[in-house]
Design a protein around this ligand. Sequence first.
Ligand SMILES: *[C@@H]1O[C@H](CO)[C@@H](O)[C@H](O)[C@H]1NC(C)=O
Ligand SMILES: *[C@@H]1O[C@H](CO)[C@@H](O)[C@H](O)[C@H]1NC(C)=O
Ligand SMILES: *[C@@H]1O[C@H](CO)[C@@H](O)[C@H](O)[C@H]1NC(C)=O
Ligand SMILES: *[C@@H]1O[C@H](CO)[C@@H](O)[C@H](O)[C@H]1NC(C)=O
Ligand SMILES: *[C@@H]1O[C@H](CO)[C@@H](O)[C@H](O)[C@H]1NC(C)=O
Ligand SMILES: *[C@@H]1O[C@H](CO)[C@@H](O)[C@H](O)[C@H]1NC(C)=O
Length: 507
Amino acid sequence: MAHIREPSHDPLKAWKLIVFQTEKSGDIFSLLMKTLAICLIASISLFVFFSTLSSQSRWLLQCPECDGVIGYSGDKSELHHHISGEEYEKTNISHIIFGIGGSAKTWKDRRHYSELWWKPNITRGFVWLDEKPAEYEPWPEKSPPFQVSEDSSRFKYTNPYGTRSAVRIARIVSESFRLGLENVRWFVMGDDDTVFFPENLVSVLSKYDHRQMYYIGGNSESVEQDVIHWYSMAFGGGGLAISYPLAAELVRVLDACIDRYSSLYGSDQRIQACLSEIGVPLTKELGFHQVDIRGDPYGLLAAHPVAPLVSLHHLDYVKPLFPNGTQLESLRSLISAYRVDPGRTLQQSFCYDLKRNWSVSVAWGYTAQIYPWLLTAKELETPLQTFQTWKSWSNEPFAFNTRPLSPDPCERPIIYFLDRVQEVGAGETLSSYKRFVAEPVKDCDRADYISAFLQTVNVSATNMEPHEWKKAPRRQCCEIMNGTDGDDGAVQIQIRRCNLQESVTPP
Ligand SMILES: *[C@@H]1O[C@H](CO)[C@@H](O)[C@H](O)[C@H]1NC(C)=O
Ligand SMILES: *[C@@H]1O[C@H](CO)[C@@H](O)[C@H](O)[C@H]1NC(C)=O
Ligand SMILES: *[C@@H]1O[C@H](CO)[C@@H](O)[C@H](O)[C@H]1NC(C)=O
Ligand SMILES: *[C@@H]1O[C@H](CO)[C@@H](O)[C@H](O)[C@H]1NC(C)=O
Ligand SMILES: *[C@@H]1O[C@H](CO)[C@@H](O)[C@H](O)[C@H]1NC(C)=O
Ligand SMILES: *[C@@H]1O[C@H](CO)[C@@H](O)[C@H](O)[C@H]1NC(C)=O
């Protein structure tokens, strides 16, 4: 297994690694002594330095580097990191191996989802099939390459209502690991109907040190699902990420573990159960979306959490994202915006037009809403409940708060959908949102509504830098430009970082 470690491209780093490994196999004790000696010298010189400063500056008599070494737990890459003080290179798309759970018979119905985000020769990984596909000769160029899973019929599966493909799909992580591909930091599992947003996945994963053991993903939106399948589980359709060292541990226990948990339903439950034996909990990231809901996902997507959009799932089971197209057309529209500004996609901003008493919410790249009255930010960031729960099609409960969508058209927002997005100048975008209605509905005929119906919402924004998402999250602000007359038929909105002492506060 050691040969699959990420090789070093930096000759200096490689040299250090060799020196280090020689030292380690030679004499751990002398290495520790050397490190302690270095720390001691550093401590003394720091002490002398700080003693000359004001007596008010307090510092602890210890060397900052010592902690990691003295508390050395046996992870050699960690030790290496501390000794050299060297940062690893930024995580990029090439460090991720995708493992998509598919089947030969359904690939033709599902492949369009993977083909939306898969980038041949850039994204790495495979769709894992139950058998060699008879239909495709050659295999579609835009699909991820396939592998045929090992036979898993020897494993126990005793769940009365699931299917035993869960065992095969749980083992994708170990089969991917055993391929021994180079330069792997993360294994990311998904379903054949998961749509990943790879740039955002990279910006989320690059927040974490891949040399440590991480299990990252999200829950179900429906409480009934979280109760049955576990809150502490990353739902597989939303996608889950396992760092390389954790995958190495998981592979060791997985097969025996699968038999121990034969009564569980899904592959994702098996993975969680085995990870709980290792003791690694789920790190939740809010951009992974299992989409365990029924009906219209609009309310959920129009109030996305302040986190990058990483995945969408179950898109065959909900209404199209845009009311005037198929689901596939809808995804293409969303992705056309995503390509221009991945990090901003679906991010909400709120502003008030105080001359008209309007509240405006923009979910960038997807939709805008105008309310001809003033709502609080707390209301605006709460999803409108346009959907039901997954299993029982109930109105509650969800793993987040919702607000009702009134049947009275005079209490609903006026909704606009992305029409187009264009780049204007370097790193600037103009996106416009238009009102269109799929089915004829009764509109509110109050004057304030009628004046808003006529509007296009034009939004300008600067591109969200990926490093924005390494900072503490904060919703960005917006302002309505050229105020108020609306004679030009467009509401002009500028999204920007909030200023100091700025908040979305109604008068
Ligand atoms: C990703 O990072 C590796 C270093 O680990 C580098 O060699 C490679 O060129 C990078 N790839 C891309 C696509 O940026
Ligand atoms: C991917 O790489 C292979 C081999 O390097 C090449 O034959 C193929 O044309 C490439 N595909 C695309 C879509 O770039
Ligand atoms: C906006 O609301 C405030 C407070 O409710 C009210 O005083 C004002 O007249 C309203 N303005 C318009 C243009 O409706
Ligand atoms: C839906 O309507 C919008 C706005 O008019 C338009 O840009 C988009 O192309 C339409 N989509 C389809 C699939 O017709
Ligand atoms: C509208 O705003 C633009 C820039 O935001 C400004 O240059 C222009 O003068 C404004 N027009 C009016 C009529 O206020
Ligand atoms: C709004 O944006 C569209 C392009 O997306 C543009 O054609 C239109 O002129 C803009 N409207 C105004 C008033 O700027």
